[in-house]
Design a protein around this ligand. Structure first.
Ligand code: NAD
Ligand code: MG
Length: 390
């Protein structure tokens, strides 16, 4: 039986992963499941899947988790350290699906055991791509992409020489506001930003799709994961979300990955890699769909895309600053302290402040430096938010 652990098990990616695991009874032995505030879901899944241990990131919820697991034989633990420790428990396949920079330390710990890491947590690649990949290499670990665009690129590259790749095109649906008049964006509400036209995802990534910060992160993720020059990466608006990415080769061929907007495809590909197995996703009927639409992205509507280019040009720890500023600005929007359009202002300003206060962006990339930079950038971003609110 294959041993698997799922970090961020209670989230949207985590639940889709559990759906696939449950469909193959007897094939998997579940080691660790982690969550945060949704103790009921975490405990229910841990019991149903007979996990060794369930961990909540929220220390204050330990007694709730212990109560929910009492007499079941499933161990309970709590706190960020316990989450990280669980990533050292031997497993053959580990899903990294915590949201945000909190996914970095457990992802690093998982790689240190030389396992296969299915990486949905794009934030860890944006913060510390080089460190993550080097750690993976040093321990003979395998990192497989779970983000749909990156899984699509990965699949289009099977058997192809990287030297022949001219460009990588990742598509974007355009999110909730792709057709709104730009002048109305400043007044976009939390509810409006939290509903995605095509994908059913966690709230944070859904808002990031509306602001295009998700795609901005994915451009950086593409650069880190595939090691290509930023100039080779393009973003294409494709409202239907059926072509997830295209790889352009030096003979003019474009290899497109086409599939339904269902994350169980990319999760399942990473779960069964290098094999392909039957997956319970819709089969597209292209004749009924009829047409695929494409548009060029608009830097005025979505400043996040321009900011991502600047972050890649700066290099070093700029990705860690960018991610922390983005997460803080998103918290500010969710809490009602920032307007939708002010999120990109806060991110741009934080990058400038961190740059002028020197050092952090150029520092060597170690886990401690990344976490320290993350901390300082959150402080700078919060100061920028306060200034706007006050
Ligand atoms: P989600 O909000 O639905 O779930 C997040 C998970 O992380 C939950 O299990 C939650 O308990 C846990 N968590 C939250 N804060 C934590 C903390 N501080 N410490 C430890 N655990 C914490 O998010 P999601 O949509 O499933 O996304 C998860 C990751 O996958 C993100 O990095 C996201 O960008 C990426 N991703 C998601 C999708 C999607 O379709 N949902 C697609 C591509 C990539
Ligand atoms: Mg994606």
């Amino acid at each position: 039986m294959r041993k698997v652990s799922i970090f961020g098990a209670t989230g949207s990616i985590g639940q889709n992963t559990i759906d696939l695991i449950r469909r193959a009874p007897g094939s998997y032995q579940v080691v660790a499941l982690t969550g945060a505030s949704n103790i009921k879901q975490l405990a229910a899944d841990a019991i149903a899947l007979k996990a060794q241990i369930a961990i909540t990131a929220d220390e204050a919820r330990l007694s709730d988790l212990q109560a929910a697991l009492s007499g079941t034989g499933v161990e309970a633990a709590a706190g960020a350290k316990a989450v990280e420790e669980a990533a050292h428990r031997p497993a053959d396949w580990i899903m990294s699906a915590i949201v945000g920079a909190a996914g970095l330390a457990p992802g690093m710990a998982a790689l240190q055991q030389g396992t296969t890491l299915a990486l949905a947590n794009k934030e860890s690649l944006v913060c510390a791509g080089k460190l993550l990949l080097e750690t993976g290499r040093a321990h003979n670990a395998v990192i497989l992409p779970v983000d749909s665009e990156h899984s699509a690129v990965f699949q289009a590259l099977v058997g192809e020489p990287m030297e022949a790749v001219e460009r990588i095109i990742i598509t974007a649906s355009g999110g909730a506001f792709r057709d709104w008049p730009i002048a109305d964006l400043a007044e976009a509400t939390l509810d409006q930003a939290s509903s995605h036209p095509n994908w059913d995802m966690g709230q944070r990534i859904t808002i990031d799709s509306a602001s295009m910060f998700n795609k901005a992160m994915e451009v950086i993720e593409t650069r880190e994961f595939f090691g290509v020059d930023p100039a080779m990466i393009e973003v294409l608006i494709h409202p239907q979300s059926m072509i997830h990415a295209l790889v352009g080769f030096n003979d003019g061929a474009l290899m497109a990955h086409v599939g339904p907007a269902d994350m169980r495809h990319a999760i399942g590909y990473a779960l069964h890699h290098p094999a392909r197995r039957h997956l319970p996703v819709e089969r597209l009927d292209l004749a009924t769909i009829g047409t695929f639409e494409f548009r060029a992205p608009d830097d005025v509507r979505w400043p996040a895309l321009r900011i991502a280019r600047e972050v890649m040009a700066r290099g070093g720890l700029a990705g860690a600053v960018f991610n922390a500023a983005k997460e803080t600005a998103l918290d500010g929007f969710i809490a009602g302290h920032l307007k939708f359009t002010q999120m990109s202002d806060v991110v741009a300003q934080t990058l400038e402040v961190m740059d002028s206060h020197g050092g952090h962006i150029d520092a060597t990339m170690t886990l401690d430096n990344v976490l320290e930079t993350d901390h300082l950038a959150r402080k700078a971003a919060n100061a920028a938010i306060k200034k706007r609110a006050g």
